[in-house]
Design a binder for this molecule. Structure first.
Ligand SMILES: Cc1cc2nc3c(=O)[nH]c(=O)nc-3n(C[C@H](O)[C@H](O)[C@H](O)COP(=O)(O)OP(=O)(O)OC[C@H]3O[C@@H](n4cnc5c(N)ncnc54)[C@H](O)[C@@H]3O)c2cc1C
Length: 550
């Protein structure tokens, strides 16, 4: 934590030197003493301090300065540091100005020059002011601060990215906090949001996630041009394969477009994963898996999307969306699945502004004591509703079918929760809102009743679709885009057309030798954390077999 600042301002160099010397002698251990000889320069410096979230304890300001009087300076400075104590240094002739400024700027004290000996005429006054400041001050947050509005998709994505990477930050809502708004206006001339302030004083305005990832020290570039194994996707399937590949000494790279953990990483509590009788949060499971993989030397790239995959001779080549090409011998598609998005008019504009897909737990506490909706009746929706009920006053769950399809333990928990209301046989017809979601229109499909409801937020968990687009033209997939592997790629008991090897495809191998698939993206999987982990482990064992044959 940087020391709080005592700022001395005087245009007379000899006075400034002597104030600085006296302040340093008494307060230098506990405070940073800044001595500046011009009002404008001091105001500029304050902006920098504010950007770094440093705090000012005391202003000791000369009243009579050319260009800007001490009172004028304090008026400006107090916008940034309203809690700082303020004292004017005045000559006898300025005492009326000092008295006036008691009202104008809430002056705490005025000291007549000369103040010597300081032990008698300066320190007792300042000691008292600083003691009082210490009792009442709220010290600023030391870490990353993200400033923006609740109703911005870009702000939501940044918060979600930091949360999913378990990087702490403070959220500053510029609609509620005027000092945050002033801070943002100074650095984001074209009002782009979010603005991210770092403890070293640097600022990023509406950055790409890769830029943010670089800034917070995540790996975004591969160290090598070639790996034995590349895994696309760092959900449970990808991480399981990575841990085994790393532990057996293979050069292994994991490419992740968002944050490690995949869908499982967004689960507030996984209760059916073997070995965790009281459940484990997706965060916790991810943190453990990531450290395990890294301990075995696996590289994990964050915020890097794999755009295409190519097979050239014995090489499998991945092209990232930033243009980088990385190659390997064995490739694992562990890209999982993502939620369907709403297609009704207006839903896209309100995404991130009241409509959220998946868990979006970063936003849950913003809807404290408000009414929110969950769309969907499966496990993820049930978990979402239970989590949101910790904050919201009411959680209404819109279910298309007659009843939720979630596991029994989750349905029991939904029924026992007084804040949760289940609305079966309900279709979502319309979403309404200008800058943010305001209302939704729903229809009861049993009796045809249509109802408009006020909605602060809606969390959508409807059906998942496989994220297989990047290999869609390369490997065989089902109509719905799930990647076929092993027996499913066989045609009349023969390997698929174009298959170049003597043997049949391995159990989790796709229609292209050396490209494997595991987890939610694979045809026939069971959409469970344990299945994804198991498939990841098996896929690794088969990739190892494949590598032996090269
Ligand atoms: C909210 C929620 C709660 C759940 N709770 C449970 C539960 O309690 N128990 C249970 O067993 N299951 C649960 N599930 C299901 C479980 O999480 C999934 O079955 C599991 O995560 C699938 O793992 P995966 O590794 O196959 O894919 P995913 O977890 O989907 O991970 C795939 C990863 O690949 C990345 N990716 C995709 N495309 C690219 C690309 N082109 N480039 C780079 N990266 C890419 C994605 O960003 C993602 O991180 C839950 C799911 C959700 C959403």
């Amino acid at each position: 934590m940087p020391k709080p600042v005592i700022l001395a301002l005087d245009d007379d160099p000899s006075v400034l030197n002597s104030v600085e010397r006296d302040l340093r002698a008494r307060y230098g251990q506990e405070y940073r003493i800044l001595a500046i000889d011009e009002g404008k320069a001091a105001l500029e410096y304050l902006k920098k301090l504010e950007q770094r979230n440093e705090t000012v304890a005391l202003f000791l300001i000369d009243q009579r300065m050319p260009g800007m009087s001490g009172t004028e300076f304090l008026k400006e400075a107090l916008h940034s540091y309203p809690q700082a104590k303020r004292a004017l240094l005045t000559a006898y002739a300025d005492s009326q100005a000092a008295i006036d400024s008691i009202n104008e700027v809430g002056l705490d004290y005025y000291l007549m020059k000369p103040w010597h000996p300081p032990e008698e005429r300066l320190y007792p006054v300042l000691d008292e002011l600083l003691d009082d400041w210490k009792i009442h001050v709220r010290l600023p947050y030391e870490g990353i601060r993200v400033a923006g509005t609740l109703w911005s998709l870009a702000c939501h994505q940044v918060k979600d990215f930091l949360t999913r990477h378990q990087i702490p930050y403070q959220w500053l809502d510029i609609e509620k906090d005027s000092s945050a708004r002033n801070l943002v206006e100074r650095v984001s001339a074209d009002s782009k949001l979010p603005v991210i302030f770092f403890p070293d004083g640097s600022v990023l305005v509406a950055p790409e996630l890769t830029t943010l990832a670089d800034k917070v020290g995540l790996q975004t570039r591969a160290a090598l041009p070639f790996y034995d194994i590349i895994i696309i996707g760092s959900g449970p399937a990808g991480l399981a394969a990575a841990v085994y590949a790393g532990s057996e000494g293979y050069r292994c790279l994991v490419i992740e477009k968002a944050a490690p953990g995949g869908q499982a990483g967004s689960s507030p509590k996984i209760e059916n994963y073997l070995g965790f009788p009281s459940g484990i949060s997706g965060d916790d499971l991810t943190r453990r898996a990531v450290s395990q993989a890294k301990r075995f030397g696996v590289e994990i790239l964050s915020a890097q999307e794999a755009g295409t995959v190519e097979a050239r001779d014995a090489y499998r080549i991945v092209k990232l969306n930033d243009g980088t090409e990385i190659s390997c011998h064995a490739l694992l598609m562990a890209t999982g699945a993502s939620f369907h998005t709403l297609t009704m008019p207006g839903a896209d504009v309100l995404t991130g502004a009241g409509i959220y897909y998946g868990a979006a737990y970063t936003e849950a506490m913003n809807f404290k004591d408000q009414s929110v909706f969950v769309v969907g009746g499966a496990n993820s929706a049930a978990q979402g509703a239970l989590y949101l009920s910790r904050f919201a006053s009411r959680v209404s769950v819109l279910i298309r079918g007659h009843q939720p399809t979630a596991s029994k333990y989750l349905i029991d928990a939904l029924n026992e929760n007084e804040k949760i209301e289940l609305l079966p046989d309900t279709d979502l017809l319309e979403v309404k809102g200008t800058n943010s979601l305001e209302q939704i229109v729903i229809k009861n499909t049993r009796n045809g009743d249509v109802q408009t409801c006020d909605a602060a937020a809606m969390f959508v968990f409807i059906g998942v679709r496989p994220q297989s687009q990047l290999v869609a033209g390369l490997v065989k997939c089902s109509d719905r885009g799930y990647i076929y592997t092993g027996p499913d790629v066989m045609v009349d008991k023969n390997p698929p057309p174009g298959w170049t090897l003597e043997r049949d495809p391995f159990l989790l191998e796709t229609s292209i030798p050396g490209i494997f698939a595991a987890g939610d993206v694979r045809y026939g999987t069971s959409h469970r954390v344990a299945s994804a982990v198991g498939e990841g482990a098996i896929a690794y064992a088969l990739m190892k077999e494949y590598l032996k044959t090269l």
